[in-house]
Design a protein around this ligand. Sequence first.
Ligand code: AKB
Length: 317
Amino acid sequence: MEKVLIIGAGGQIGTELTARLREIKGADNVYAADIHENCPKNLEGGPYVQLNALDREQVRSFIIGNEIRQVYLLAALLSATAEKNPDFAWRLNMEGLFTILDLAKEGHLSKIFWPSSIAVFGPTTPRDNTPQHTIMEPTTVYGISKQAGERWCEYYANKFNVDVRSIRYPGLISYTSLPGGGTTDYAVDIFYQAKMNGKYTSFLSRESRLPMMYMEDAIRGTIELMEAPKDQIKIRSSYNLGALSFTPEELANEIKKHIPDFTIDYEPDFRQAIADSWPASIDDSTARNDWGWKNKYDLSRMVEVMLLNINVELLNI
Ligand code: AKB
């Protein structure tokens, strides 16, 4: 069993991915890494190491010294936070990637996962059913870093035969940990506010349609992509993955079916411009054809599961 390292394991994707990979591969084979000195509660149950994704030498010596063979590099600043700190966002989102790509090029790693995002698209991209290959002129720091990262992944795959695999994640919705600084975060926040206060003020307008996905689908898709035979992976930049597509108003209406008194109002802020530059829905036929991607959760099932499981105490941790 190849040893796996998840860098940025304490984030929204990382906590669930770590848990699932430990179930599949055995807890001792899956190392969680994050910037915190002590292991966060939700990463207990397997090895944990404090790593700074920007410390190239620290990351290199941990991977080589522990004979890690696969890396999921999740440490990144998301779209809204990145706009507030562009220099750091660019560094964090790019430098760690080169560290990992170089380790794979040198033969230390057999496989890499690196997350991209729908943020690689921009206002000139066709918004509906956005194709795998299309115009990409991102206008956010996050989007620019993800697009550049995609180009480098493809370059290392073509030039040095690096087995790098990637997904352009849409907004991800989950209840086990909170999202951190994205434009799609409203679609998680709304559940906590609905449960605690019965009302929500959305920072996106009522008609802002964005691609979204329930986390269980995202984790399953990520692992299926990583486990697929190498010759099925034809895209080495990043795969479009579609699932849901809804507006804040549509989500609120679905929540009202469970909490009839729930109300929503709208106060768009700087994140509106980011949302306006992104697709409304995604054409994921390439992923479906190449390695069999298929989402399972629709809007009503996702809302049902979220309302059943969210724990408002998570907000105080
Ligand atoms: C964000 O909103 O920044 C992220 C993303 C779509 O990549 N959730």
